[in-house]
Design a protein around this ligand. Structure first.
Ligand code: AQP
Length: 325
C-alpha cells in the first residue's frame, strides 16, 4: 500500500501530533511504501514568521528521524520543493464546489482563531491536502481525528475526478489510531492539544525535563480524587490516563488499579517521569542532528528527487486526462 501523511512546520511539534500521527507511521513504514512530507505550503496559511520557517522545517525533520522514520525506507521531503503539489491543487480546485469547503470544521475554527488572517489559501487548504495525497496515488493516510474530514473530502475529490475524466485515483482512506487520535490540551481538556495554543497547553517533543514536569504537574484535573477514566465527568484525568497508557503500553484499567489509593499528585509525578524518559531520545537526537547539517540536507534532497519522480509521472497523466498539454 502507498501511504501519505505530513505535518505543518508551525511552532513546536507536540505529543498529540506524535501519538495521533507519527507513532503510526513508524509501524507502517515496515510493510508499505511511505511518503512523509513537511507541509510548508500548509504552514503559511496561518500567521507565521518567514525568518523562522526554515528552522521549523528542520525541527520537523529532526522529529521524524528521532521518532524512527527511516529515510532509506520512507520518502521524507519538503512539500514546496515538489512543485506538482501546487499545480495539482489548482486543477483539483476546479472540480471542488465552494460549498464543500465551507463545511470544513478546521477552516471555521482557524478563521475564528485568526480573524485578521482569513485568506483563500486557508479556505483551499483541504484541496491542497487532497492534492498532497492523490499526487502519490496514496491509498491510506495516517492522521489524528481532526484531519478525518479532510481525508473524506480527498476521497470525494478523487471519485469526482475519476467520474468526470477517467479513472485515475484510488479513494484514500484515513487511518485513525484507536487510542490517542485526539489528545487534549493540558490547560483545557475539552479542547484538542494544538501547537498554536499557549506552550503550557502542550508537551513539545523537545521540552526539557523541568518543562515537562512543570506542565504535567500544573495540568488541569477534575473535581474528586479518583484516578478513573471518564471522558465526560473527568476529561482532565482521562486525557492524562490516555497519555500514560500510550507511553507505557499498559491498558488503562491496569493504571487505574495501580493508582487506586493514590493522589492526583502522585499520579502526575509518575506520568512526568515516564514522559521525561520517553522523550529523552528526541532531545538527544535533536542535539546530534543540529550538528549534522550536511547529512540532514542530503536526506531532504534525496527525498525531493524520489517524491518528484512519482509526482511528475502522475501529473503528466492528470494533465493529459484533463485536456491540458
Ligand atoms: N491533539 C491531537 N491529538 C492527536 N493527533 C493530533 N494531530 C494534531 N493535533 C492532535 C495530528 O497531528 C498531525 C499533524 O497536524 P498538523 O500540524 O498538520 O496540523 P493540525 O492538525 O492543525 O495540528 P495542530 O497541533 O493543531 O497544529 P496547529 O495549531 O498548527 O494547527 C495530523 O495528523 C493531526 O491529525
Amino acid at each position: 500500500m502507498r501511504i501519505f501523511s505530513g505535518i505543518r512546520p508551525t511552532n513546536e511539534i507536540h505529543i498529540g501530533n506524535y501519538l495521533g500521527a507519527i507513532k503510526q507511521w513508524i509501524e507502517l513504514q515496515e510493510k508499505n511504501e511511505c511518503v512523509f512530507s513537511i507541509v510548508d505550503l500548509h504552514a503559511i496559511t496561518t500567521p507565521y514568521n518567514p525568518k523562522q520557517l526554515q528552522k521549523d522545517i528542520l525541527n520537523v525533520l529532526i522529529i521524524y528521524l528521532a521518532a524512527g522514520i527511516d529515510a532509506d525506507k520512507s520518502i521524507i521531503f519538503v512539500q514546496s520543493q515538489v512543485k506538482e503539489h501546487a499545480e495539482l491543487a489548482w486543477l483539483l480546485s476546479t472540480i471542488t464546489p465552494m460549498g464543500e469547503l465551507n463545511r470544513m470544521t478546521q477552516f471555521k475554527e482557524k478563521s475564528k482563531e485568526h480573524k485578521d488572517y482569513v485568506n483563500s489559501g486557508l479556505f483551499n487548504y483541504p484541496v491542497l491536502m487532497a492534492a498532497d495525497i492523490l499526487l502519490y496515488k496514496a491509498e491510506a493516510v495516517p492522521v489524528g481525528k481532526d484531519q478525518e474530514q479532510h481525508v473524506e473530502l480527498a476521497r470525494t475529490i478523487a471519485r469526482r475526478f475519476n467520474q468526470k475524466f477517467q479513472k485515475t485515483f484510488s479513494e484514500p482512506k484515513a487511518l485513525i489510531p484507536k487510542e490517542g487520535a485526539k489528545i487534549m490540551s493540558l490547560v483545557n481538556p475539552k479542547k484538542k492539544m494544538s501547537k498554536s495554543d499557549e506552550p503550557k497547553s502542550y508537551i513539545s517533543l523537545f521540552d526539557n525535563p523541568e518543562q515537562i514536569q512543570k506542565k504535567i504537574i500544573s495540568a488541569k484535573t477534575d473535581s474528586g480524587k479518583d484516578i478513573r477514566y471518564n471522558i465526560t465527568k473527568k476529561p482532565g484525568i482521562s486525557n492524562l490516563l490516555t497519555i500514560y497508557s500510550l507511553l507505557t503500553k499498559k491498558p488503562i484499567p491496569e493504571i487505574e488499579n495501580q493508582f487506586k489509593k493514590k493522589s492526583y499528585s502522585e499520579f502526575k509525578k509518575s506520568l512526568s517521569k515516564i514522559t521525561v524518559d520517553y522523550l529523552e531520545p528526541f532531545r538527544r537526537k535533536q542535539k546530534e542532528l543540529l550538528t549534522r547539517e550536511v547529512y540532514v540536507q542530503e536526506i531532504l534532497r534525496q527525498g525531493q528527487i524520489r517524491a518528484q519522480s512519482i509526482a511528475q509521472e502522475i501529473m503528466q497523466d492528470v494533465r493529459g486526462k484533463m485536456g491540458l498539454s
